[in-house]
Write a protein that binds this ligand. Sequence first.
Ligand SMILES: Cc1cc2nc3c(=O)[nH]c(=O)nc-3n(C[C@H](O)[C@H](O)[C@H](O)COP(=O)(O)OP(=O)(O)OC[C@H]3O[C@@H](n4cnc5c(N)ncnc54)[C@H](O)[C@@H]3O)c2cc1C
Length: 315
Amino acid sequence: MTTVLVFLDHPGASLAKSEREILSLGASLGEVVVALADEAGPAYLDGVGSYGVREYYRPETAAVSEVLVAGKAAFLAAAVRASGAGVVLLGNAYESKEIAARLGVRLEAGVITDVVALDSDLTATKSDFAGSYTVECRVTTDVSILTVKPNSFEAVEAGPPSSPREVPIPVELPLAAARVTGRVDKPVSGRPDLSEARVIVAGGRGVNGNFGPLEELADALGGAVGASRAATDAGWIEHSAQIGQTGKTVSPQLYISAGISGAIQQKAGMQTSKVIVAINKDADSPVFEIADFGIVGDLFTVLPQATDEIRKRGL
Ligand SMILES: Cc1cc2nc3c(=O)[nH]c(=O)nc-3n(C[C@H](O)[C@H](O)[C@H](O)COP(=O)(O)OP(=O)(O)OC[C@H]3O[C@@H](n4cnc5c(N)ncnc54)[C@H](O)[C@@H]3O)c2cc1C
């Protein structure tokens, strides 16, 4: 049976949806072992165990996370050797992709990023060139390293909680030019994480600095707030909210685009959304080419009406 090593970066209080998706995918491919670079609490570990994971690897040295991606790649390489894993699954954040690339170099193994579907013979489906092509590809080396897009695989129902066994492994840390010297927790918005949200309300230059109506609608729908690069570059919202080629890739059930023109670099990050609703005052805006529903109008009129109606109906 194939051993599948799942790397869970930055464990939280409990398993995130994307982590449950990855664990479920791993379990469909073989026996799952987990690698955790950072310390995890008992509830998180019980969650991991509920997916049938009996062992998890931890670096013997706490300094692994201090040297960022280089240290994590070294740790993962040691975990692959210790477990004999034939498949390594990671998330799809930039950091995870960089760790995957470094791991590929260390193990001389093939890497596929942005995986949205995977056959049992490990043929992966992904989109390329800012979403212009859908590609099917397969790693030909003994170890396959795959980064998996959130919301692409189903998170199956977990079994009863159970505690996996910790397996500490020695890691030879690379000489790193940069080290983490301190961390500051991000303020909690109360909204879901952008890459996991089922609903996203995203704003662009048309928002003109005022994300208030978007936040109201997002809260009415239990969604997250995203943005185009024009909006993040203008400093109207934090850079972590940027969606697109150089931002986050999202695939929510519903993506509401307001005051965004739909440039190819923006599309690259959101076009796999299930339903796209676009609000733009320019009827010729390219965003309408990819929208399932288009509203030609001023977002400052349309969004509050939508929020009122949703609240009225108690949706
Ligand atoms: C290498 C590279 C990487 C990039 N990466 C990204 C990326 O990751 N993400 C990204 O988004 N962009 C990215 N860009 C930038 C991208 O090319 C566009 O410039 C950007 O997406 C435009 O943002 P926007 O649609 O908000 O602004 P604009 O193109 O200026 O569009 C604003 C829209 O708002 C509409 N509007 C104005 N006022 C209102 C109103 N009151 N109500 C309704 N509609 C209104 C206008 O009609 C217009 O269509 C990248 C560019 C490069 C070169």
